[in-house]
Ligand binder design. Structure first.
Ligand SMILES: Cc1cc2nc3c(=O)[nH]c(=O)nc-3n(C[C@H](O)[C@H](O)[C@H](O)COP(=O)(O)OP(=O)(O)OC[C@H]3O[C@@H](n4cnc5c(N)ncnc54)[C@H](O)[C@@H]3O)c2cc1C
Length: 422
């Protein structure tokens, strides 16, 4: 069987480049097809990367990575009707995550891939992928490439999966979990969030990196905000449930402007971007392997939000690395339909395990109570604790019971929500 390259990778973001580095190190010929002018030009993240996978990917070269600040301070801010509740935690020893700027970072990672023998074709838009005589033909504005294996790393919009009909029910599925198959037609608004981000030209006062999670500044829209400090700038943004924007007349840039003003972070806006974020429940994650095809990163729905950590970048790097190793086994076996091997390797990794663990708490982010009711309850309770009037003071327990009653929710619901957090 004649083909041009062992592996064609669609998308030169974190997952695609990581897959390419490992596949090339494994001796495979690899091409990455990236629609942007350079890696990082089309990529958006809030900007905090947990670095454990990157360290393993880069080995000694890790020290050259263009990281911003190590995040040593975590802050939660809850806004409600002119009130603000803040919780903070600091650990000066912590170095497990860094703020990063994707345009710098992805560009560096891509140049490292090229140093390892990977060919990256920029300004190359993949327009279709089809199966022909047991191999894949990847069509792009720069011509066709024939390959036995495609690694799909094209992000949340997952064009390749859709070209290949992975969301349709009539495919020859090998997946053991039948539940996923019947619910697999899932490219729908409720499975996505809109991420909006700005980089503000303002030097943080502190060299110690800080990550803020912000609740209560997106009006009636379900969602939350983030602030990360970089060496010379702030990254600020919102992640909003798309199904709640659909039913709302407010424009996303107006929400962003309001958010920035309320945060009080002023300065020149150096960069504005908006991007889809996958938000699948664990049991409804899209299928991530098929004959001649394996799917990584956001394209596979690998985004984890457990309320404390938002992780897509380390999952993208890790799933890319696993794909690079699976590719070696698939190409060596010459059975290009035996891609289930990738699924098995994912199951053994932290990627699927952490996504599963986070799935209970993630379900809270689909509900109204998280974004409106609980922030208001917390603000009311704290307000009560610090208010003195002529009226007799209410015991905090009774104040809490009144809050629950006034919000028309049952004790069972509150306890059930709480249990999802712990
Ligand atoms: C606002 C926001 C905040 C976030 N905050 C964080 C955070 O703080 N921490 C964290 O870990 N994660 C965060 N994430 C998630 C994180 O950004 C993603 O999980 C990560 O970028 C996924 O990497 P990827 O390589 O799978 O996809 P991407 O980075 O999206 O890369 C996909 C690549 O494919 C290319 N491509 C797409 N279609 C085609 C095509 N047809 N032809 C050729 N090329 C194509 C694109 O140009 C792009 O370069 C955030 C996301 C957003 C939007």
């Amino acid at each position: 069987m004649d083909y041009d390259v062992d592996v064609a990778i669609v998308g030169g973001g974190l997952s695609g480049i990581s897959a390419a580095i490992i596949a090339a190190k494994n001796g495979l010929s690899v091409i990455v097809l990236e629609r942007g002018e350079y890696s990082g030009s089309k990529n958006v993240s809030g900007g905090r990367m947990y670095i454990h996978s990157l360290k393993r990917l880069m080995g000694n070269k890790f020290k050259d990575a263009p990281l911003e600040l190590p995040i040593k301070k975590e802050t939660f801010e809850i806004y409600n009707k002119g009130r603000k509740t803040t919780f903070s935690f600091e650990n000066k020893e912590k170095e497990d995550s860094y703020s990063i700027l994707r345009s710098k970072f992805d560009r560096w990672l891509a140049s490292e891939a090229e140093n390892n023998g990977v060919t990256i074709s920029y300004s190359t838009l993949v327009t279709n992928v089809r199966r022909e005589n047991g191999i894949m033909v990847v069509e792009s504005n720069r011509g066709d490439i024939r390959t036995p294996l495609v690694i799909e790393s094209d992000g949340a919009a997952s064009f390749v999966s859709r070209y290949m009909g992975l969301s349709k029910l009539d495919m020859n599925y090998k997946m053991e979990n039948i539940k996923n198959i019947s619910k697999n037609d899932n490219f729908i608004p409720k499975n996505f969030m809109l991420g909006i981000k700005e980089i503000i030209d303002k030097k943080p006062e502190n060299e110690m990196g800080e990550a803020k999670t912000v609740l209560g500044l997106s009006g009636d829209i379900k969602g939350g905000g983030f602030v990360y400090t970089n060496k010379d700038s702030y990254s600020i943004g919102l992640t909003l449930k798309i199904d709640s924007i659909e039913t709302n007349d407010i424009k996303s840039y107006d929400i962003m402007e309001d958010y920035r003003e309320k945060l009080g972070i002023d300065g020149k806006i150096l960069e504005y971007s908006a991007h889809l974020i996958p938000f699948y429940k664990y049991d409804y994650l899209p299928k991530r392997y098929d004959d001649n095809l394996i799917v990584t990163g956001d394209a596979a729905g690998f985004l984890l939000n457990d309320g404390f950590t938002i992780r897509g970048m380390d999952l993208a790097i890790e799933s890319g690395m696993i794909a690079g190793n699976a590719a070696k086994k698939i190409i060596d076996s010459k059975d290009y339909s035996d891609t289930y091997i990738y699924e098995k390797m994912l199951e053994d990794s932290f990627v699927l395990k952490d996504l599963k663990t986070a799935s209970r708490i993630s379900s809270l982010f689909g509900n109204e109570r998280t974004f409106n009711v609980y922030p208001s309850m917390i603000s009311n309770l704290i307000d009560t604790m610090f208010t003195v009037t002529d009226n007799p003071r209410k015991n905090i327990k009774y104040a809490l019971m009144d809050e629950i009653k006034n919000n028309n929710i049952s004790y069972f619901t509150v306890i059930n929500d709480l249990l999802k957090v712990i």
